[in-house]
Ligand binder design. Structure first.
Ligand code: LMR
Length: 400
């Protein structure tokens, strides 16, 4: 039956993990997927998560189905975290929010909802480059996918002029995908002033802003600061769509905890949107998983756990920042050809190194160092034990 099914390529990000696992060399390093590692290169379960799980064990809750849109305490707290407690649309009951299978699931629900109900141009503009999964998620949701300029290879920074030109040239009312903070894969974010200009263009052109916020807290260590763009847009009256993930900031990767929300114009409109979100979700996966949402909502609703969690997010963000400094010093110390200051300037989990595809290939084959083919490295994969070997290997690869 399946003789005509062609073999597909490995996933550009998760395929790197497969290659890493198959490598038996003890020096191997995985800088592919964006998953936090501690000082010893080990996955890190946050203490706030462990404590929340202890509380949950004591509560001995049942395992009944959740409602289609998820655990109400969780969705309420997730929305508060993103929009802030005093956000007008939240207070006015105008935000439709549903639990999702992490950030990817949130994007997919959003894509499907827009595909079905967005009354204007069903074209979504993604930054170039963007997270590798954005294109398939939105394409498979039935949207047309196009790009707007974002990254400038020459300056290894934001191509702000290109971005503005492209958004201005997009057909009115197109959908535009914005990374709320810690842009993946480049680690390059607009400044608050630039966000304000983007907001003006979005308003002028009546574009529909769809924010992907997968790293709240991870960029600066401060959840409010990282939510600046989202909150500013909402204050400016934009009715945004928002995908949230708790994979990185709570380390709940495999628990698949996320939320999708839409700002609407009234509680009555919200109720209608809400009813259709259910109709989108029900045939996809019926209703979302329970455990991770309980963990996240326990943390978000308990003052002490919340503070513990904030401290841990800061700790993770700071460790990454330290690794950026060390990597920069190390590469410069070894007279590695090129300009490396972008490693310190970039934000969040990733650094877009500027390494070329052939260089990344050499690093995998000769040094057992794995990263995505575009030269993105997950900074969290670096630690005191492997950073010297990594920098030395990069230096060699660049010198050729
Ligand atoms: C990444 O970009 O590495 C993460 O967002 C994980 C993923 O699902 O790709």
């Amino acid at each position: 039956v399946w003789s005509a099914v062609p073999a597909g390529p490995p996933d550009p990000i998760l395929g790197v993990t497969e290659a890493f696992k198959a490598d038996k060399d003890p020096r191997k390093i995985n800088l592919g997927v964006g998953a936090y590692r501690d000082e010893n290169g080990k996955p890190y379960v946050l203490n706030a998560v462990k404590k929340a799980e202890e509380i949950l064990v004591q509560q001995n809750p049942d395992k009944e189905y959740l409602p289609i849109t998820g655990l109400p305490e969780f969705t309420a707290s997730a929305a508060k975290l993103a929009y802030s407690a005093d956000s007008a649309p939240l207070k006015e009951g105008r935000v439709a929010v549903t639990q999702s299978i992490s950030g990817t699931g949130a994007l997919r629900i959003g894509g499907a909802f827009l595909g079905r109900f967005y009354p204007h141009v069903k074209t979504i503009y993604l930054p170039v480059p963007s997270w590798g999964n954005h294109t398939p998620v939105f394409r498979d949701s039935g949207l047309e996918v196009k790009g707007y300029r974002y990254f400038d290879k020459k300056t290894v920074g934001l191509d702000f002029e290109g971005l503005k030109e492209d958004l201005k040239a997009a057909p009115e009312k197109s959908i535009v995908l914005l990374h709320a903070c810690a842009h993946n894969p480049t680690g390059v974010d607009p400044t608050p002033e630039q966000w304000k200009e983007i907001s003006d263009i979005v308003k002028e052109k009546q574009l529909f802003p769809f924010f992907d916020m997968a790293y709240q807290g991870f960029a600066s260590g401060d959840t409010a600061r990282d939510a600046f763009a989202v909150r500013y847009f909402v204050e400016q009256g934009h009715q945004i769509a928002l995908a949230q993930s708790f994979a990185k900031n709570m380390g709940l990767y495999g628990e698949r905890v996320g939320a999708f929300s839409l700002v609407t114009s009234s509680p009555e409109e919200r109720a209608r949107v809400d009813s259709q979100l259910k109709i989108v979700i029900r045939p996809m996966y019926s209703n979302p998983p329970l455990h991770g949402a309980r963990i996240a909502s326990t943390i978000l609703r308990d003052e002490q756990l919340y503070r513990l969690w904030e401290g841990e997010v800061k700790h993770m963000a700071n460790r990454i920042i330290q690794m950026r400094d060390r990597l920069y010093d190390n590469l410069v110390g070894q007279n590695t050809p090129g300009e490396w200051s972008h490693i310190k300037k970039q934000i969040g989990m990733f650094s877009f190194t500027g390494l070329t595809q052939p260089q990344t290939k050499v690093l995998a084959e000769k040094a057992h160092i794995y990263m995505t083919a575009d030269g993105r490295i997950s900074m969290a994969g670096l630690n005191g034990n492997n950073i010297d070997y990594f920098a030395e290997s990069v230096s060699k690869a660049v010198k050729g």
